[in-house]
Design a protein around this ligand. Sequence first.
Ligand SMILES: C[S@@+](CC[C@H](N)C(=O)[O-])C[C@H]1O[C@@H](n2cnc3c(N)ncnc32)[C@H](O)[C@@H]1O
Length: 284
Amino acid sequence: MMEKTIAQSGDVEEMTAATLSSLIALVHRHTGIAMGERKSILLQGRLRPRLRALGLESYQAYLAVVERDPKEVQVFINMVTTNDTAFFRTQHVWDYFARSFLPAWVAAHPGRTLKLWSAAAASGEEAYSMAMLCEQFQQATPSFQYQILATDISTTVLATAAAGLYGGRSVERIRASHPVLFEKYFSIEPEGARVVATLKKQIRFAEHNLLTSLRPPEKFDLVFLRNVLIYFEPDNQKKVVDLLRQNMHDASKLILGESESLGRLQTCYVHELPLVYGIGNGAT
Ligand SMILES: C[S@@+](CC[C@H](N)C(=O)[O-])C[C@H]1O[C@@H](n2cnc3c(N)ncnc32)[C@H](O)[C@@H]1O
């Protein structure tokens, strides 16, 4: 009997249910992302251009390529991750950062350099938002120093982040919501709006998988882990935040995304404010 098929698309052969399951398992193995079978259309749409570029006629053949060629794994990861982001996404988090976190941290750590980590940075808007607010803070407190690490599993979005060149909705939104910061920290070029060098030099960009035990060799005072746990099942969510603890001081804070919570997980974190977590005494 013919195997049940999922979809059909011109020059690329139908994806079978078995291939869909194998691709979903591969996504999970390499990224931790738990993709349901209902994502079949999405997955096919993202992979189809690559099949065409490689001259492959079936998803089954592409699956074999990813399994056999370690270099294709990164290309696959770049295609299957969802990288939506925005400057100053979820404004109240940024109000907390600028008005509460920064003044309190500086008062408690005179002479130290603040270390921030955007741990699923996508195309960099989150890291540059941090940098803009740190620059603003530095104007009133000239001794204030900071460094930002921006990491992601996708090398495509990291390249955009490192270039710091933005267009489309990303620019329209910050121009409308934060016109003064936009004017100050972007220069207009023929291809789009580029963040100024003052911001860029504060940020290091690096590839990093949140689920691997290869950690950055440093500790951070604040970790932004926003809108990524939502893609993982609870076991991997716990694994990620447990691993992150190794990169945090006892007084560090962790910030999650709007639809995320650690409420149902047994972790060392304690909820302090909406989306903001500290580290508790009875660490698990
Ligand atoms: C929706 S974006 C969130 C971007 C930003 N933090 C924000 O809130 O706007 C999720 C990002 O998580 C990244 N990601 C997914 N799985 C990852 C993993 N295992 N390790 C590191 N990054 C991962 C994706 O590549 C994507 O860029």
